[in-house]
Design a protein around this ligand. Structure first.
Ligand SMILES: N[C@@H](CCC(=O)N[C@@H](CS(=O)(=O)O)C(=O)NCC(=O)O)C(=O)O
Length: 210
């Protein structure tokens, strides 16, 4: 199978980490979704990455759906616990982290506009989502060894990809000072081989996206 990915993408990183943790072989196809030469429209009507392209040509898109697809098709090692409460706790973190990343993407592109064309209320609204989502993630994870219970899983991957993307897009935001337990948790998480192998890197984007 193939994964269309982008070097900064926290959504694609989540899938790259899952594939790594489950030792699923795949070909990585790195693209810039906003450039003219992207192949995304051929694989996803939403024109977003990540997209998993199966060997029969079927495509799976939206990272939460790709994660679900991988968990059902490749259940070992499991990234979700057997109980519904545990599963829902992991998924809560996945949607929370995804929402923070969505807000970070919107901030990033609003800042691509000429300074006098940027909307201050729009930027403030997205920043509130980042700050609020971060605080809630810190509250949910607390000072536990893992995001949910005592086993590594989807919630850790989603939260870790969010924190790595936060460092990439808002390097001046001192979230570690604000949430020291979360900082210690992330420092441990970053040592996992799957995280070390997928650190986010900025990409050059052709002009004219917004
Ligand atoms: N909800 C989607 C979000 C994916 C997403 O926003 N991908 C971006 C790339 S990145 O911001 O993650 O690097 C994209 O392809 N954007 C292209 C577009 O929005 O047209 C998911 O979870 O997969």
């Amino acid at each position: 199978m193939q994964l269309i990915s982008a070097t900064p993408s926290p959504f694609a990183r989540k899938i790259r980490i899952i594939l790594h943790e489950k030792a699923i072989p795949f070909d990585l196809r790195t693209e810039v979704p906003w450039n003219e030469d992207t192949t995304l429209p051929q694989h996803n009507p939403l024109e977003k990455l990540p997209v998993l392209i199966l060997d029969d040509g079927t495509t799976v898109y939206e990272s939460a759906f790709i994660a679900e697809w991988l968990e059902r098709r490749h259940p070992h090692p499991p990234l979700l616990p057997p109980d519904d409460d545990g599963i829902l706790a992991h998924k809560r973190l996945e949607v929370l982290a995804g929402g923070v990343c969505d807000a970070l993407v919107l901030i990033f592109f609003e800042r691509q506009r000429a300074p006098d064309a940027r909307s201050a209320p729009w930027l403030a609204r997205q920043q509130r989502k980042v700050d609020g989502g971060l605080a809630e993630t810190a509250r949910l994870i607390g000072d536990g060894p893992h995001a949910v219970g005592d086993r590594f899983g989807l919630g850790d991957i989603a939260a870790g990809c969010m924190l790595g993307y936060l460092d990439l897009r808002l390097p001046a935001l001192d979230w570690r000072g604000r949430h020291p337990a979360l900082a210690a948790y992330y420092a441990r998480l970053e040592q996992r081989p799957s995280f070390r192998a997928t650190r986010p890197v900025a990409q050059a984007i052709d002009a004219g996206v917004v």
